[in-house]
Design a binder for this molecule. Structure first.
Ligand code: PEP
Ligand code: MN
Length: 364
């Protein structure tokens, strides 16, 4: 897939792109107050929701087309391009007509291939940059599919936005970050930039700074942060919006890691450690293979003596003792549990396959 990087969109955008602006455009005065507040910040792209996908009807659903004209105030005040969310043909047509420079597809739209395809058809023949938010559910294929659909109609200026994933058991975040997904996306689509949207991950302004720092630590390419001159009275997402002044403070305090290319000496130093890691990994794999060999022998015995594959008391002992040894060696209980679960699951599968083999050969 041919992807044109943010830096080559012809909009003067740079690495560690900062996108800011309100959740929703509310009035020309609001846009002006926010844009003025953002002067002197590192913002390079101004965001504002014009059509708002609300979970339930009755709440503010966006001003619609009229608000597109107000975005000119932000362009003029800050000398930056603007971006809005589009979810259907009408939105795309109106946004293009109003000269919006960058579009984004929201999380509730990315989940629906019909909607994504409809947007693609409306975009055919243009080369406007499009940012695609991750789908609400942690499904990498759906996210990937949206990029593929856009690419097929000729859109190459693409970027992802990581806004977290819905999880009913999650307490800390509005949308669980699941950092491995955006990182996976970058691996599957070489050249794609992924911007983190800490506002929709956090749902509350207090943890925006720490989630932003984590995004940078994980190597994401920028931040999109909802910013409002009077957050408490915002018409949507009031709890998660921050003032332009807070945004400036958060951004100034971020610790951007240096790119490894700028430090050739670090590459050879790190190589030494990496060789050790490679060796340990090889040993782990060999030991694991030995372990599964023994599991197969146990499987043969269970099969021969008509014993159940899963022996709960043995499993309980294994879990308790191994978790304790791991914790004693400085590993977390969470890590030990997930590793042991994975090993156990694989062991049970191996023995189940042995039993199945036995049954089919008995039939013959
Ligand atoms: C938004 O950016 O305001 C928005 C609606 O986000 P999401 O699609 O991530 O819910
Ligand atoms: Mn919002």
């Amino acid at each position: 897939m041919e992807i044109v990087d943010i830096k080559d969109w012809g909009l003067g955008l740079s690495e560690h792109l900062l996108i800011a602006g309100p959740c929703s455009a509310e009035s020309p005065e609001q846009i002006e107050a926010i844009a003025k507040g953002l002067k002197g910040s590192r913002v390079e792209l101004f965001r504002a929701g014009v059509w708002k996908p609300r979970t339930r009807p009755g709440s503010f659903e966006g001003i619609g087309e009229d608000a597109l004209g107000w975005l000119e105030i932000a362009r003029e005040t800050l000398n930056v391009p603007v971006t809005v969310e589009v979810a259907n043909t009408e939105h795309v047509e109106q946004a293009l007509k109003a000269g919006v420079e960058v579009l984004w597809i929201g999380a509730r739209t990315t989940v629906n291939p019909f909607s994504v395809q409809e947007i693609c058809e409306a975009l055919r023949g243009t080369d406007i940059p499009v940012m695609v938010k991750n789908p609400i559910n942690p499904d990498l294929q759906l996210w990937l599919g949206a990029f593929e659909r856009l690419n097929k109609v000729g859109i190459k200026k693409l970027a992802g936005i990581h806004r977290g994933f819905s999880d009913p058991y999650e307490k800390r975040y509005r949308n669980k970050p699941e950092w491995s997904l955006p990182i996976h996306l970058k691996r599957l689509l070489p050249g794609i930039s992924v911007i983190c949207d800490p506002s929709h991950i956090c749902g509350t302004r207090e943890i925006i700074a720490s989630v932003s720092q984590r995004a940078i630590n994980f190597g994401l390419d920028g931040l999109m942060i909802e910013t409002h001159h009077d957050p408490d009275n915002a018409w949507s997402d009031a709890k998660q919006q921050i003032t332009p002044d807070t945004l400036k403070i958060i951004y100034e305090n971020l610790n951007f890691r240096e790119s490894i290319e700028a430090h050739p000496e670090a590459i050879s130093e790190l190589d030494k450690f990496r060789q050790k890691v490679d060796l340990v990994d090889t040993q782990i794999i060999e030991l694991m293979a030995d372990r599964f060999q023994v599991i197969k022998q146990i499987g043969e015995y269970k099969k021969g003596h008509n014993l159940a594959v899963f022996q709960p008391s043995r499993w309980q002992d294994v879990m308790e003792s191994r978790i304790q040894s791991g914790v004693n060696k400085g590993m977390t209980e969470k890590f030990m549990k997930s590793m042991l679960f994975a090993i156990h699951e694989e062991s049970v599968k191996i023995q189940e396959a042995q039993l199945k083999e036995a049954k089919t050969s008995n039939k013959v």
